[in-house]
Design a binder for this molecule. Structure first.
Ligand code: GLC
Length: 534
């Protein structure tokens, strides 16, 4: 098997939307098994070394699987545990690593642990969740807000107390300060590691430790509700997350994972309000160097501006040490699709950037064909965030529409009406349509290059240009050197390049950048190129 350091990219599969094998309109395990050769194994495979599956555990699906009612099984909607074992075995046969989602902060309210916990004040599992008395006037114990709108507390009539839920009321927060909870969650990690999985993506990592006194959070003076803002930002979240025991709890997780050679932990953590980039990312790398790493979501927060992106990359590469793996990520199941965010063809530059930066890039299903965000009629909205805070643009259904395989009905995703409508771009954006200038070819070529060239996966990064129009950088080691030039502007750009270079990947293969005999290269609007220095 390849080691994680040899992986060219990690591909996120949102199982509901990847491929439906049994005609119920929802993707499933067998659908993924059927399509494993899409990733690797034949000449027309995309060529990806690792996949990450968003949650497939039994769940009432209030948050589409991020509300888990049993951590050690597969929801019948997706298949069986045997299907998962088969998927894992077949993926490993193809030398594809498999990462799964670990959701430590909360369970479903339909998990047996919570059902027991809520049943009486004296239940042995009472303290597995965060229960508090109402304030004297009956109001919630403090002012904390749910990420998904409204108070983070729900009153439970059975025992007359409130329970904490950082997300939906159907997602009660586990009490990680209770050692029994940590033991039980450690057993969950072992259960899947024993099955042979290669790593976990850790959901909302920062939230599992809270202020022991549950103090009120201060108002955010910069928050103004303009109807499009996220009401969660009304407060500064200094007590409801990043609590004093966070490092200890993460280290306990890592100690278990370290018992299994090569397994890794990849932490979800968005840029915070009160930590510098260095403070935030070092926290995760230092848990267990080499084994633990954070997503770098900085690119999601930046405008279309090469200066700002270039500055971010420089700063980040200064933070990453030899043993650390950079994990850049520009899209996932919670964020608007790249093509929608950056207006069409400009997204090609992001593909080239992502797949030529150091470390292990993460891509999201459908990015490789340039899928755009869906348009969801109000009567078909599924995402609880959009249902609770409608019209603010916070809904996540648009990036979760079915994978577009071919031109058949329902885009080859299913032979039944899918759970979400297809994106309007389905014609002509499908896997089947792979002309030379397609997104698919661009991803395919970049992935192949990254598979073959260790230097691209290493940490070396040297900026060449970081201006208002261009970002350019060199990736080199003792044996090889590549230079990547990205024109972020709508104008042609002419740049001097070294003698004896060869363009090996272009954003538009049919219209290659021109390099004249004096070594001047001209890039068209939003054009990018990977040059090899010979
Ligand atoms: C993470 C997931 C998101 C989910 C939330 C609550 O941010 O990516 O989809 O809704 O956690 O589990």
């Amino acid at each position: 098997m390849k080691r994680w350091s040899q992986i060219n990219a990690l591909y996120q599969i949102y199982p509901r939307s990847f491929r439906d094998s049994n005609g119920d309109g929802v993707g499933d395990m067998r659908g993924i098994i059927e399509r494993l050769d899409y990733f690797k194994g034949s000449d027309d495979s995309l060529g990806v070394d690792a996949i990450w599956l968003s949650p497939f555990y039994p769940s009432p699906m209030a948050d589409f699987g991020y509300d888990v009612s049993d951590y050690c099984d597969v929801d019948p909607l997706f298949g069986t545990i045997d299907d998962f074992q088969e998927l894992l075995a077949k993926a490993h046969d193809l030398d594809i690593k498999v990462m799964i989602d670990f959701v430590p902060n909360h369970t479903s309210d339909e998990h047996s642990w919570f059902e027991e916990s809520r049943s009486s004040l004296g239940n042995p599992r009472r303290d597995w969740y965060v229960w508090r008395d109402p304030q004297p006037d009956g109001s919630p114990p403090n002012n904390w807000l749910s990420f998904f709108g409204g108070s983070a507390w729900e009153f439970d009539e059975i025992t007359g107390q409130y329970y904490l839920h950082s997300f939906l009321s159907k997602q009660p927060d586990l009490n990680w300060d209770n050692p029994e909870v940590r033991r039980a969650m450690g057993d969950v990690l072992r259960f899947w590691l024993d099955k042979g999985i290669d790593g976990f993506r850790v959901d909302v990592a920062r939230v599992i430790s809270k202020d022991p006194e549950l103090r009120d959070e201060p108002e955010n003076p910069n928050y103004h509700d303009d109807g499009r803002s996220n009401p969660h930002h009304r407060l500064i979240h200094q007590y409801s997350q990043y609590g004093p025991h966070l490092m200890q709890y993460w280290q306990e997780m890592a100690t278990i994972v370290a018992e299994y050679p090569e397994a890794i932990l990849l932490f979800e953590d968005y840029p915070g309000e009160h930590l510098s980039m260095e403070e935030q990312y070092r926290l995760f790398y230092d848990i267990n160097p080499g084994l633990s790493m954070p997503f770098n979501f900085q690119g999601l927060m930046r405008d279309w501006n090469p200066r700002s992106l270039g500055a971010m990359i420089n700063e980040f590469q200064g933070i990453v040490r030899d043993n650390d793996r950079a994990v850049y990520c520009f899209s996932n199941h919670d964020q608007p699709r790249i093509v929608s965010r950056y207006n069409g063809e400009r997204a090609r530059l992001i593909a080239m950037l992502l797949l030529t930066l150091p470390g292990m890039p993460v891509m999201y299903y459908g990015d490789e064909i340039g899928m755009t965000g869906g348009v969801i009629p109000s009567d078909q909205v599924q995402d609880p965030v959009e249902l609770r805070e409608p019209g603010r643009g916070l809904g996540r259904d648009p990036e979760r529409t079915p994978m577009q395989w071919n031109e058949h009905e329902h885009a080859g995703f299913s032979d039944h009406t899918p759970w979400l409508p297809l994106s309007p771009d389905v014609d002509p954006v499908t896997v089947q349509q792979q002309d030379d200038d397609s997104y698919w070819q661009l991803y395919h070529q970049l992935l192949r290059l990254r598979r073959d060239e260790a230097v691209l996966r290493g940490n070396d990064y040297e900026e060449i240009i970081c201006g208002d129009a261009m970002l350019a950088y060199r990736r080199s080691n003792n044996e090889k050197a590549f230079e990547i030039y990205l024109n972020f502007s709508a104008d042609m750009q002419t740049i001097g390049v070294a003698q004896g270079v060869q363009a090996i990947v272009e954003t538009w293969p049919s219209d290659k950048p021109r390099i004249d005999y004096t070594g001047l290269m001209t890039l068209g609007p939003y054009e990018g190129v990977v040059l090899e220095l010979l």
